[in-house]
Design a protein around this ligand. Structure first.
Ligand code: FES
Ligand code: FE2
Length: 432
């Protein structure tokens, strides 16, 4: 392995040299089973992991089932409206007690032997009661198991499988304020629209993580999309400005979270109008921006309206607030394979016309059949395939913009913040 660590511990996977302005990550970190085991134990079992948005379970007794960090979970509201996350496993002999994707139910009944549970998790009945002592459930052994920790910020719910983890707000660090920039786009709340986009990629999960806030690749990988925009009258307000300018930046948000922020070259339903949307939409979008300025002042209001944000919350939540808002999580199934869940988020009270453009934007660029995702998937799978060469060519370079005090959105500072935290959590770096 090339290079010497300077200023940090002798990590086998991350080599940062502050004097030379170089930052390198071992390609083995994307391919090894032993690394994935360490990631499960030190990252997915210990960090705050996104489970769902409050709008996905709006009513009492609503529930959905979801795979989260290698577990099967039920995320629901009970009869009193309280939110829970249960491990979707029967306390009897382990069948999944909820097998639908979503629904509304006062409780759950295991189909195997019929044990039934109130939707607050408490055991309710089973058909052979006389065969157990009356105090059988005195210790709660027949209740559903709740995840150790469940907390929310602005409608985004997270679980943590480490009972001793710090609170969610402390964990989110500066990412909490960026979530606020999204949540504040509606005075009556935001909602997930439609269902889940699920797809798989033959690549390590960290490749999609890097890609999700990688401004550097936009012009080359997505050349087709930019050609299309350039040839579609009224679809751009200006060229894409990711490089050095006073509104483009790559930001370390603390605890491994990061973001790029830059002026939007395309229309944003909240709130940057483009000619292609027609004159009728103009009044609507401009009124939205004026309202944001009224509520939050000119700086924050214009920022919310006109800047794009691509954010990664460590380890695997992406919130990209661009021409539409995508909320995305992904999990490793093997070192070379990942499973994605993606949703679109929108203001609840959005005008029908703008909702239509938003959904169109979401499918056109962000969806698995859109302009962006297939090109990104091709890039990630190309990297993964080539990592078989890592014995002779073992290091990725993530140094771009390292010598700058204010990195731009097409630099790699936000990725370095991820990798430092990844390294620290795997026990290889120097603990702070
Ligand atoms: S496994 Fe659920 S009732 Fe037996
Ligand atoms: Fe991309």
């Amino acid at each position: 392995m090339a290079g010497q660590a300077v200023g940090r511990g002798a990590s086998p996977w991350v080599r940062e040299d502050g004097a030379q302005h170089t930052f390198r990550v071992a390609r083995d970190a994307f391919t090894q089973d032993s690394i994935l085991s360490l990631e499960r134990e030190n990252i997915f079992d210990r960090c705050w992991i996104y489970v769902g948005h409050e709008s996905e379970i709006p009513e009492r007794n609503d529930y959905l089932t979801r795979q989260v960090a290698g577990r099967e979970l039920i995320f629901n509201r009970d009869r009193g409206g309280a939110v829970h996350a249960f491990l979707n496993i029967c306390p009897h002999r382990g069948a999944m007690v909820a097998r639908e994707k979503k629904g509304n139910a006062l409780g759950f009944q295991c189909f195997y032997h019929g044990w039934a549970f109130n939707n607050n998790g408490r055991f309710a009945t089973q058909i052979a009661e006389g065969n157990y002592p009356p105090d059988f459930n005195a210790q709660g052994c027949a209740n559903l198991t709740e995840v150790p920790r469940l907390e929310s910020h602005r409608g985004f719910w997270f679980v943590n499988f480490d009972r001793n983890a710090c609170g969610l707000i402390e964990y989110l660090a500066d990412a909490a304020a960026i979530i606020d920039l999204v949540a504040d786009q509606s005075e009556v709340g935001m909602e997930i629209v439609g269902g889940t986009q699920e797809y798989g990629v033959q690549a390590n999960w960290k490749l999609l993580l890097e890609n999700s806030f990688d401004g550097y690749h936009a012009i080359t990988t997505h050349a087709t999309y930019f050609d299309y925009l350039a040839n579609t009258a009224g679809s751009m307000t200006q060229p894409l400005l990711l490089g050095d300018n006073n509104r483009s930046r790559g930001v370390d948000l603390g605890n491994g979270h990061g973001m790029v922020e830059y002026p939007a070259p395309w229309g944003r339903p909240v709130a940057q109008w483009i000619k292609a949307w027609g004159e009728d939409a103009k009044a609507e979008v401009e009124a939205k921006e004026r309202r944001l300025v009224e509520l939050f002042g000119p700086e924050r209001g214009h920022r919310m309206a006109r800047l794009n944000r691509n954010m990664v919350i460590f380890p695997n939540l992406v919130i990209n607030d661009i021409m539409a808002i995508t909320v995305r999580t992904f999990y490793p199934t093997t070192p070379g394979q990942l499973a994605v869940n993606a949703w679109t988020l929108a203001p609840k009270n959005e005008a029908a016309e703008m909702r239509r453009w938003r959904l169109y934007n979401f499918l056109e660029f962000l969806g698995p059949g859109g302009f962006a995702t297939p090109d990104d998937v091709e890039a990630l799978e190309s990297c993964q395939r080539a990592y078989c060469n890592s014995r002779e060519a073992g290091w990725n370079d993530i140094s771009k913009g390292m010598m700058k005090s204010s990195p731009a959105a097409d630099d790699e500072a936000q990725m370095r913040s991820f990798w430092r935290e990844w390294d620290r959590r795997l026990g290889a770096g120097v603990a702070p």
